[in-house]
Write a protein that binds this ligand. Structure first.
Ligand SMILES: [Zn+2]
Length: 314
């Protein structure tokens, strides 16, 4: 049995560590280690700290949270383990711990010019969003102006060399196209929807989706009601997934729930609802291979290409 069948590309669950000693069992959250281990094989956990709120404190606070998260995961090694090397994706077996990919939502935690990247990489960081909604030292967010900066280009090169996945969610159009036009790096847009169905500054238009697919990247369709539009329910989620699959192919489409970062529709109110997405896509007529790509295979293929090899380091 392959190790990863079901994956989710974005959640803010890690922030519960600011209030709770562990993520193993949380009440009031959309997921925790126990529920992840039941319903997912791979979950992205992003550390989001508001750049405007924390400013210069941000790298220090980020480092503390990353170490807390790492220690918490290590303390629950029967359930979960950090995904660090592409070789882990090749392991198979039903009893293996579920994989967590740790990352940053916004690159300000790195300092102004990637100073802390190596430290965080050693600590297990494996994906990084260039910015959140604001412009920072690296890129322009969807709430601001400006494209990729010089430091942003250096960050892309460093991530490319080290095997860190870049996340283009939250970028403004100029930064998205700067990143895409480097044409060297398959990246992810971890939580977004299709602008053709719901115009929104956080959604990708057709040309962006096609460019992402051409680079062999992946878009994670998110459960955020405002991005989905209409009722923001399971049916609407499936409409976005079907639109994306028809335009760019299922191997470039995944799920990026934004659990614990948004208030999803009651039909999608936590990781335990993911089997419904699977069932509903099948019921609506999507073929099994496409459904499997969306539910996990697309992400595995991307990570198998981008993540560092343990063998390379030995
Ligand atoms: Zn976000």
């Amino acid at each position: 049995m392959p190790r990863v069948l079901r994956a989710d590309c974005h959640a803010d669950t890690a922030l519960w560590l600011l209030e709770q000693p562990s993520l193993v069992e949380l009440s009031g959250s959309h997921q925790d280690y126990r529920r992840i281990s039941e319903y997912l094989d791979l979950a992205f956990l992003a550390i989001f700290l508001d750049e405007a709120e924390y400013e210069h404190e941000l790298p220090r606070l980020f480092a503390r949270l990353l170490l807390m998260l790492k220690a918490d995961i290590a303390a629950h090694a029967d359930l979960v383990e950090p995904l660090l090397w592409r070789e882990q994706l090749e392991q198979s077996g039903a009893d293996l711990p579920k994989l967590l990919l740790l990352g940053a939502e916004g690159a300000s935690c790195l300092g102004a010019d990637c100073q802390h990247l190596e430290t965080y990489f050693q600590a297990g960081l494996r994906f990084i969003g260039l910015t959140w909604n604001y412009a920072n030292a690296y890129a322009g967010g969807c709430g601001g102006a400006g494209g990729l900066t010089e430091a942003g280009r250096r960050l892309v090169d460093l991530c490319n060399a080290k095997g860190l996945l870049l996340d283009g969610a939250h970028l403004n159009e100029a930064s998205f196209w700067d990143l895409a036009e480097l044409r060297q790096y398959p990246f992810i847009v971890s939580h977004t929807c299709c602008a053709a169905l719901q115009p929104h500054r956080r959604n990708l238009d057709d040309s962006q989706m096609l460019a992402l697919a051409e680079l062999d990247g992946v878009m994670g369709i998110t459960f955020v009601p405002d991005f989905l539009g209409a009722a923001g329910d399971l049916r609407r989620l499936c409409e976005h997934i079907e639109y994306a699959v028809a335009l760019i192919g299922s191997c470039h489409v995944a799920l990026g729930s934004d659990f614990d970062g948004c208030e999803p529709h009651a039909e999608l109110s936590g990781v335990q609802t993911l089997p419904r997405v699977y069932t509903e896509l099948c019921r609506r007529g999507m073929n099994a291979a496409d459904v499997d790509n969306v539910m996990g295979n697309s992400v595995v293929r991307l990570l198998a290409r981008v993540l560092p090899s343990r063998a390379r380091l030995d």
